[in-house]
Write a protein that binds this ligand. Structure first.
Ligand code: GLU
Length: 513
């Protein structure tokens, strides 16, 4: 029987979750669901200096907003609680001490000044890598160079110390990444990383490996920025005696700038005026506000669809996917190696596709509110009709009210080019005939009936309807193009329709021809 798939999303609460982090969580989720496995959420908060209040809540809310369901972990609970690393320090200390006892790690007492001096010395000697490693450790203050009594004495005196990994001098470290294939590194390229810090807390590397092992993680799916650490992690699994249950790795491609060159940055977002965070974030220290996809009007379905295709596609033409369809089609082996261009216009296109699918009465209350905030009189019924008329023409729900300007406001000016081209004798006759046909109209003023009235009036006047429609639109809205005109008239109502036709007749007066 094969082990059930267990993946984890393991963010650090150092600020708002980056949209790339949401994509990482999403790929983990899609993979877990596809494989009938489970998705865990672990909070990696062992770096106390970088802890930001509110960040953990933000992460939970962002995942909830995009519809990623956590099976186990922070906020949900489960058999491996606690899921916040800062609450698991005893577990890491035990493993770090075990490594020391087994000769795979050691205590180091070097002060910041001593470490600096070593780095300078090595740099001056043009050493290939100025780092603490299998060679340089022999000149430093650690339990490999000091006598046992001296080590004990320094500990008894309360001298701060760390535990470092005793990296082997000559060993091949290999891993088979599910996306990138084989990665080989020689252990001489790996330094003696600190595993346990002087405050007794583990570093990311130790805590991450210990937890992935104890929590039964089978696949580690994370951003490319962690690929350089992966060989160290393989070494840690080996030293901890857990290599045979080591998870498989999959390192996801970087998100690139909209122009496609270089890593996407906060600066790109500021310059382009687009969000790179799922939700709006107010920095608790500076009060600075960063834009969020949610607050900018993106629907969660559109955000998910956009993110899913940043670095993966199923190899077909299909672009629109519900979460269930993504789960059914997702294949981790199809994730690209090359970085994915963060094309915000594509995100807008997705939003356009999803906005038009939202039921009219769902969008209507917001549109009503926005219309009233803009000073228009708008019943819920009217808002619902406006949504039906315009939702297919916008990228964001808030644009509906803007687009509805020609509905709420009678024209005060008329497009000059359209006037010159289309406001002719036939146009005047047509508008007059239509106005006359509307005056006695006493049925229900709905699109179908209006259409009927118009075509009858044109027939009687002997005017080809196709030739005067733009002039009719000009008279009603002042513009040459827009949404369905019959529905537009239905929404503005009979009296307003007649009023606008009359105003056009008097304002535009006789055509020049
Ligand atoms: N805490 C790490 C981060 O914030 C997790 C990396 C990993 O998934 O191993 O990205």
């Amino acid at each position: 029987m094969s082990t059930p798939v267990r993946v984890r999303f393991a963010p650090s609460p150092t600020g708002p979750l980056h949209i790339g982090g949401v994509r990482t969580a999403l790929y983990n989720y899609l993979f877990a669901r596809k494989m009938g496995g489970q998705m865990l959420l672990r909070i990696e908060d062992t770096d106390q200096n970088r802890f930001v209040p509110g960040a953990e809540e933000y992460i939970l809310e962002a995942l909830r907003w995009v519809g990623i369901e956590i099976d186990e972990g922070q906020g949900v609970g489960g058999p491996h609680a606690p899921y916040r690393q800062s609450e698991r320090r005893d577990i890491y200390q035990k493993e770090a001490q075990r490594l020391v006892a087994e000769g795979k790690a050691y205590y180091a007492f070097d002060t910041a000044e001593e470490l600096d001096a070593m780095r300078k010395r090595l740099e001056e000697a043009n050493a290939p890598a100025a780092q603490y490693n299998s060679i340089t450790r022999l000149q430093m203050s650690n339990s490999l160079t000091m006598k046992a009594e001296e080590v004990q004495a320094r500990m008894d005196a309360g001298d701060p110390f760390v535990i470092r990994l005793k990296t082997p001098r000559k060993e091949e470290v290999r891993l088979n990444d599910l996306i990138r294939g084989w990665v080989n590194v020689h252990s001489s390229a790996i330094d003696d990383k600190v595993l346990l810090k002087s405050d007794g807390l583990p570093t990311y590397h130790l805590a991450n490996i210990v937890d992935d092992h104890l929590m039964g993680i089978t696949h580690v799916i994370r951003g490319e920025e962690w690929l350089p650490s992966a060989p160290l992690h393989v070494l840690l699994y080996r030293y901890l005696g857990w290599e045979d249950t080591m998870p498989q790795f999959a390192h996801l491609p970087l998100l690139l700038k909209p122009e496609g060159n270089g890593k996407l940055s906060k600066r790109d977002a500021d310059l382009g005026g687009f969000p790179i965070f799922p939700l709006q974030w107010t920095d608790p220290a500076t009060g600075q506000v960063a834009k969020g996809f949610r607050e900018d009007g993106y629907l969660p379905e559109a955000t998910v669809n956009f993110l899913a295709l940043l670095g993966w596609n199923p190899g077909t033409e299909q672009e629109l996917f519900t979460m269930d369809e993504l789960i059914a089609s997702f294949d981790i082996a199809q994730v690209h190696k090359a970085g994915a261009r963060f094309d915000i216009q594509k995100a807008q296109w997705f939003n356009h596709q999803y906005i038009r699918q939202v039921a009219d009465d769902v969008l209507a209350p917001t549109v009503q509110q926005q219309a009233e905030a803009a000073g228009y009189d708008c019943s819920l019924e009217k808002a619902t009709k406006i949504v039906a008329l315009l939702k297919g023409r916008v990228n964001f729900a808030r644009e509906i009210v803007t687009e509805a300007g020609t509905i709420f406001n009678a024209p005060t000016t008329y497009d000059e080019a359209i006037t010159a081209a289309k406001w002719n004798d036939d146009a005047v006759r047509a508008v007059t005939a239509f106005r006359d046909a509307l005056l006695p109209f006493d049925g229900e003023f709905v699109a179908d009936a209006i259409k009927h009235t118009l075509s009858n009036a044109m027939q009687q006047a002997g005017i080809k309807q196709g030739k005067i429609m733009q002039a009719m639109r000009l008279a009603l809205t002042g513009t040459g193009a827009g949404p369905d005109l019959m529905l537009t008239m239905e929404i503005i109502g009979k009296d307003e329709t007649i009023g606008r036709l009359e105003k056009a007749l008097s304002t535009l007066k006789s055509p020049v021809n």
